[in-house]
Design a binder for this molecule. Structure first.
Ligand SMILES: C[S@@+](CC[C@H](N)C(=O)[O-])C[C@H]1O[C@@H](n2cnc3c(N)ncnc32)[C@H](O)[C@@H]1O
Length: 299
């Protein structure tokens, strides 16, 4: 059945049982049966589960990994494989949940995605990995990733949400939920925890357009999409501040309230006061200048 929820308690005979954080071969089998691709690339193959499944199904398969000398942050998948594939699917580390280099294999490697310095570093590098996968995908084919979220020390990080937000919105093709079985946290006691244990992962699939007019234009579109999101966020921050101030306020009061409400945004933008003025001046559908230095929400 074609369902967006997958559950396979058994991981099957493919790949290596002992490879920490590996994925059930049945997930790949299900995916390959549904699409079905004529060749697949897994640029972070780990113990090779996806490759074993594909080969068994008669699908051409190319497996790459940092432990085998391929670095998705520096090497082109397309160049390494030599031709685009109709499915390029990865299963990256989930942040530092399981550290691979120097632990599961070999020596510590600074480009190992499980050794990122923080969440922002990981999100940015995973976006680069997905763009590399996209480049190696045949027009009309699929690129995707299997990823879980992570809660540690009370902080929830949604890697899947970041992936969706950072990739072209018009290419998102499917979001599948995969039930997780036998997780490490499963066996621990979380007596005092109010929130549910994370018992699922995601399979995210994007479809690459059949025709891409110009590679650089294509990436510029993605940057513009991100810019629009950022501008929209700033407009909403200022609008929420205005709502909070009763719909009318002096510029100085707006600055104070923005500083109180949006510390993260401010830290990343040293020119935030200019940004607030720009949002007010350019958002005349939302904001009106009532008198010098005093703004209100537009009627
Ligand atoms: C979750 S494991 C993949 C497990 C695999 N699906 C399996 O069933 O065995 C993630 C893999 O990503 C690889 N990796 C981490 N950083 C990488 C990088 N920069 N380039 C390529 N592979 C990387 C790790 O070496 C690890 O094998």
């Amino acid at each position: 059945m074609r369902s967006s929820v997958l559950s396979f308690p058994d991981r099957g005979k493919w790949g290596k049982n002992s490879w920490r954080g590996n994925c059930s071969g049945h997930v790949y089998k299900n995916l390959f049966e549904q699409l079905p691709p004529s060749e697949i690339v897994d640029p972070m193959m780990g113990s090779g589960t996806s490759i074993d499944v594909a080969k068994e199904m008669g699908i051409d398969a190319y497996g790459l990994d940092l432990h085998a000398g391929f670095n998705i942050l520096r090497d082109s998948i397309l160049e390494r494989v030599g031709k685009p594939a109709d499915l390029v699917v990865s299963h990256p580390p989930y942040g530092g949940m399981i550290v691979y280099s120097g632990n599961v294999w070999g020596d510590p490697h600074s480009d190992d995605l499980s050794r990122c310095k923080d969440d922002d570093d990981f999100h940015e590098k995973l976006q680069l990995a997905l763009l590399n996968q996209r480049e190696a995908t045949l027009g009309g084919g699929y690129y995707g990733t299997i990823i879980g979220d992570w809660r540690r020390q009370g902080k929830y990080t949604s890697y899947q949400a970041e992936c969706i937000a950072r990739m072209p919105g018009n290419e998102l093709a499917a979001v599948l939920i995969k039930t997780q079985h036998n997780t490490m946290s499963d066996s621990k006691t979380y007596a005092s925890m109010k929130l549910p244990l994370i018992m699922h992962e995601y399979i995210l699939l994007w479809c690459k357009p059949k025709v891409i007019m110009c590679y650089l234009q294509d990436l510029a579109d993605l940057a513009q999409q991100q810019q629009r999101r950022l501008t929209g966020t700033w407009r909403n921050i200022v609008k929420q501040v205005m709502v909070n101030l009763g719909g009318k306020a002096e510029l100085k009061t707006i600055y104070d309230k923005v500083a109180e409400n949006a510390p993260d945004r401010l830290a990343s933008n040293p020119n935030w006061q200019a940004k607030v003025r720009q949002v007010l001046n350019q958002g005349r559908d939302m904001f009106s200048l009532v008198e010098r230095g005093v703004w209100s929400l537009a009627a």
